[in-house]
Design a protein around this ligand. Structure first.
Ligand code: HEC
Length: 143
């Protein structure tokens, strides 16, 4: 009786691992894809910053995309997804609050950028966004 219970429990464990394993294996790729998309938008902002040609519509569009991607990012760190080919630092799982603070800060900077409509304000808002990206990477992205 007891033996068979253990056997069943063992089998359930194997099945669970088979089911969950591949799902989690894809998560680091999802994280990378989201960050690549963030970078695509960020490059447009860099372009605006360098050219000095302020384009409110483009800035607002790309900043909205960054904010939406940072929302998606929130759910891509379930327990168990810290393994594998990832540059996500183990500190994310040890310090969820700090990671969420960094994510919210960057998201707020992006939302703020969507509302900018003059070149003078753009510089400060863009700097704030850059600092927020770097702030999270310095703490939570392994090199
Ligand atoms: C809350 C934390 C956080 C914020 C904010 C953040 N990042 Fe990231 N970023 C990460 C982590 C973690 C990774 C590594 C993901 C992995 O490998 O699983 C990463 C990876 C990247 C990568 C590499 C993607 C690849 O090819 O593997 C780029 C590019 C990037 N981030 C750009 C940005 C930019 C630009 C911003 C700001 C607009 C930003 N990130 C904001 C945490 C953050």
């Amino acid at each position: 009786m007891k033996k068979s219970t253990i056997l069943v429990a063992g089998l359930v464990g194997v099945v669970m691992t088979a089911l969950i394993g591949p799902g989690f294996a894809a998560i680091p790729d999802d994280r990378e894809a989201v960050m690549k998309d963030v970078m695509k938008s960020f490059k447009v902002l860099i372009g605006v910053s360098k050219s000095g040609q302020f384009d409110a519509a483009a800035v607002s569009k790309e900043a909205s995309a960054i904010a939406a991607n940072l929302d998606k990012f929130k759910d891509l760190f379930p327990d168990g997804s810290q393994a594998g080919d990832t540059k996500a630092s183990p500190d994310i799982w040890k310090d969820r609050t700090g990671f969420e603070t960094a994510r919210n800060k960057a998201k707020e900077a992006a939302v703020n950028l969507t509302k900018i409509n003059d070149p003078a304000a753009f510089k400060a808002a863009f700097d704030e966004q850059s600092t927020a990206c770097k702030g999270c990477h310095d703490k939570y992205r392994a090199n």
